[in-house]
Design a binder for this molecule. Sequence first.
Ligand SMILES: Cc1cc2nc3c(=O)[nH]c(=O)nc-3n(C[C@H](O)[C@H](O)[C@H](O)COP(=O)(O)OP(=O)(O)OC[C@H]3O[C@@H](n4cnc5c(N)ncnc54)[C@H](O)[C@@H]3O)c2cc1C
Length: 388
Amino acid sequence: MPSYDVLIIGGGNLGLWTAYHLAKRGVQRIAICERYWAGFGATTRSAGIVRQQGGSETAVKLGKWSRQLYQELGRELGLGSGFVEVGYYVVASTPDERAAFQELVALRQRCGIENVWLEPDELRQRVPFVDWSRYEGATYTPDDGFVYPHIVARNITYAVLRAGVALFEECTVEEIEPLSSGYRVRTTRGTFEAERVVNAAGPRGARRIGALLGIDVPVSAARHQIVSFPERPADLPPAFPMLFVLAKGYYLRPDEQGVLLGMSNPEEQPDPTERFLLEFDWDYFERLRPDWEAAIPALRGLRLGRAWTGSIDYTPDHLPIIDEPRHGFYVLAAGGHGMMWGPALGMKMAELILDERVSELPAEEIRLDRFREPGKVRDAIALPFPTR
Ligand SMILES: Cc1cc2nc3c(=O)[nH]c(=O)nc-3n(C[C@H](O)[C@H](O)[C@H](O)COP(=O)(O)OP(=O)(O)OC[C@H]3O[C@@H](n4cnc5c(N)ncnc54)[C@H](O)[C@@H]3O)c2cc1C
């Protein structure tokens, strides 16, 4: 029976980066079991926004480290990293948001992020394609950007294969049996043994994999949807900065020669099915359209290129899970931010496995037991995920 030091369930951004960091730190026998293909889950369906402007210490640091790790991996492989730096404006729509955002600037600066608060008058000069009379101001970080998710998936898959990780695709984990030392993992491609098992099964798997060992992993999935406009209107400069209208749950970034717009309906409900691809909600799209067409008039009447949905993961406080709830069994989840945090989450999971601790992140923002007393901290800069 094949036997591994660490077996990772899920070959998405989180599982792949965990394998990469473990291999880098000298772990020899690593396996990844992936139900479909590496990157096939939320990872390659995402918008790829990489934002360091988080709403908590953990969010800010994970964003900062991940941005660096994407770029380092590109250099290590001699390939493009897939990261594009364009800067990001996170827009405050109400006086309450204005006050909260201004407080966050200080937190981000303490974490080493270049972040400023800007008033509408200055924003009119910097970003003239937005109607700033609608807003209270915005925070801005110049070196935020986005990744092209398929390039990220290519790079990290190539890196783990190059490092000798055994990647089993079309390999669904069905049962996990605790042994006196380690675990026996039954899959559709046979049975494996491993000293340690990492649950990185994402929006469509993390909860189920936890349940196999009686562990409650509060990771749910909801619909999130994206459209792209194939042509950039003349009012938007070529590498125009990204924009996040937090109160309305939509954001904008450049996309190839055009524009990408992502949106989440605040009334969306959790989707407990196995599906990654959900129906596109055209009703919601049409209801939200007047808002973004008023905010960015240049988008009015643009033809669509593509429209798709995906199952986005979320946790009750929008923060990640990096924990070992049972000896040798680990849980890693991104709280819906697995593209901006994935590389660093993998690094921190490797740290937990090898050093038995996670440094530099507050325990109350990453451990599973925080959900017993919910509501203490949350990442305030997140899409409007279901609150249940
Ligand atoms: C439309 C959309 C846009 C998004 N935009 C952004 C964004 O701009 N920025 C950002 O940071 N995040 C974004 N996200 C969220 C981000 O994509 C996820 O947080 C991230 O991909 C999660 O990575 P993961 O590895 O945990 O999950 P996944 O990529 O889903 O990987 C988990 C893998 O586990 C596998 N699996 C599940 N069960 C089993 C099993 N039993 N056995 C074996 N394998 C199993 C699945 O097949 C899957 O491939 C977006 C998500 C969506 C859907």
